[in-house]
Design a protein around this ligand. Sequence first.
Ligand code: FNR
Length: 349
Amino acid sequence: MLSSVFKPYSLKKLFEPYTIRNLTLKNRIVMSPMCMYSCYNKDGRVTDWHLTHYTTRAVGQVGLILTEATAVSTEGRIKNEDLGIWDDAHISGLSQLTDWVHANDAKIGIQLAHAGRKSKLEEPIIAPSAIPFSENSRVPGEMSLEKIEDTINAFRQGARRARMAGFDVIEIHAAHGYLIHEFLSPLSNKRTDHFGGTKENRYRFLKKIIEGIREEWNGPLFVRVSANDYDENGNNCNDFVEYAKWMKDQGVDLIDCSSGEVVPSSYHVYPGYQIQYAEQIRKEAKIPTGAVGVITEGVQAAEIVHGERADLVFIGRELLRDPYWPLSAAKQLKVDIEGPRQYRRGWNP
Ligand code: FNR
């Protein structure tokens, strides 16, 4: 009788193609953006490290690789060693990176970022308001309207360069207390002009960045958000359902759901602790989402996509520990996937 109640399920869905806008990914596994701080000449250019590191994950069968936070301006770097896209001189190195990843049958996206008040550079730092991250942090300068316009344009120029370099996806970094998140959160944005105050006003900076990017880019556009500030006076996931609806109306294709880090706060981190945000935003804003955060097991990832809790699964640290994680997950789930031709005797002895 049970067979008439339960529909059969398939653990294969994690490894089935996923189409978003004009792009088809070979599976639903995404490498989460992770800073490598490996531009040793402090010039933001791609180095051998980036080529090796990202291409290895392509060999490991990740469907979509997202680069680390890539600075749209020099002052937008977290550290001097950040990857950059503030100059046309960056395009050739980034093109080599996309070529190498494409040659290994994966897609690659770039995370466009500005660190705002969390920059650790020695130069002056900027933010929507002159409020430091914590008692021990430096006080940022409040951005003038001209500076805001320049920064919006820097994201737009970043998108143009990303297109020229052959990326498949752009992700805007609007999470983790960096500049865009600082505008979104009432905890860090105390402006009295049309970039602060109401929710619509706090969203205006991201809105204009999306508009600017969309003038240069008609490919898939993701936005990474911190869907909970973990502070009763900050944003929570209900706020992000509304932001996500606005983003969807602007042509954003997917919300990558992380959380926290705009102010010092304490919260529990446990396996899959942020999936709830991807699930709520997906369901209530009716937009594709990505789940991230302590997702380490194949069975965990398979459950997320099979249960339609999120569309894509972002893997961070587990891909630092195991660059072949998709192959390992397939083995755990007893799903046959085609690894690289050169390694087939190893995977299917
Ligand atoms: C990160 N994370 C991160 N997030 C982001 O949006 N842009 C970034 O550049 C970075 N950089 C970064 C560096 C390193 C070394 C780590 C470990 C993490 C956060 C990362 O993408 C991910 O959201 C978290 O690590 C949680 O996922 P995991 O690691 O539990 O799978």
